[in-house]
Design a protein around this ligand. Structure first.
Ligand code: ADE
Length: 235
């Protein structure tokens, strides 16, 4: 069983997000276990403070090293195959390659930053992966930690019933996903492409691939060029 721990001052948010949908299903199937470490309860300060002003001045408060180190050290059983993830806008941009890589760890520990940042000694001594979920700023590390958790957990064998579904997701290969339709075949005069109703699986696969290629070419030229290169194709 994979252990995913969250060190955070706002565990309620993490508990809410991990107790729904696929993340909850993975827990119920005993494939993952979530562990929440409330930063305030690890503070040695008499007022349970977890942040302080930055040395050298500047705006914003900095999360102190002590509560984070204490929370981290309270996790007794940590395997060698562990990853300690610090979500931060100046980290490595998350993509499927990084998700697949992280999904192989036995223990994943998220350190959720807040305020202006965390004491650099946490990043230097504890963190193995600094990860950004995109070029925008969120108020804390909880939402990125849940985004990263979601992409990791759905890749663990047994979590999703139909792994083929995950394999055709956008970004699993180089191409974006194709269009999907379900019943009824005509809705407000809008018809499903005939080929999808034909029962001819060879033709259906051809249509799906064509749809993925066209969509990728229009929306993500960078991926489209990668696809051509990896498949030894020229335009
Ligand atoms: N914390 C704040 N913004 C973030 C982002 N874009 N990615 C990861 N962590 C963050």
């Amino acid at each position: 069983m994979k252990n995913i721990s969250f060190i955070s001052p706002f565990c309620d948010l993490l508990k809410a997000l991990t107790s729904t949908s696929i993340l909850d299903r993975a827990k119920k199937k005993e494939i993952v276990n979530y562990n929440f470490l409330d930063l305030f309860s690890f503070s040695e300060d008499i007022h349970r403070r977890i942040d302080d002003y930055p040395f050298g001045g500047g705006d914003g408060m900095i999360l102190q090293a002590q509560p984070i180190f204490s929370a981290f050290e309270s996790i007794t059983k940590i395997s060698d195959k562990r990853r300690v993830v610090f979500p931060t806008p100046d980290g490595k941009k998350l993509d499927m390659k990084l998700s697949l890589d992280l999904s192989e760890a036995e223990d994943i520990i998220f350190i959720c930053g807040h305020y202006k940042g965390v004491d650099q000694r946490v990043r230097d001594e504890l963190v193995t992966d600094e990860v950004s979920i995109g070029d925008y700023i969120l108020t804390g590390g909880e939402l990125p930690a849940c985004v990263i958790t979601d992409t990791i957990v759905r890749l663990i064998p047994g979590v999703i019933n139909n792994i083929n579904s995950a394999k055709t997701d956008s970004f699993y290969g180089d191409l974006l996903d194709h269009a999907h339709y379900t019943r009824p075949d005509v809705f407000r005069d809008l018809k499903v492409p005939d080929v999808l109703l034909s029962g001819n699986h060879k033709e259906i696969d051809k249509w799906k691939l064509k749809n993925r290629i066209e969509k990728t070419k229009i929306r993500r030229l960078d991926l489209y060029k990668k696809y051509l290169k990896n498949n030894n194709k020229v335009e």
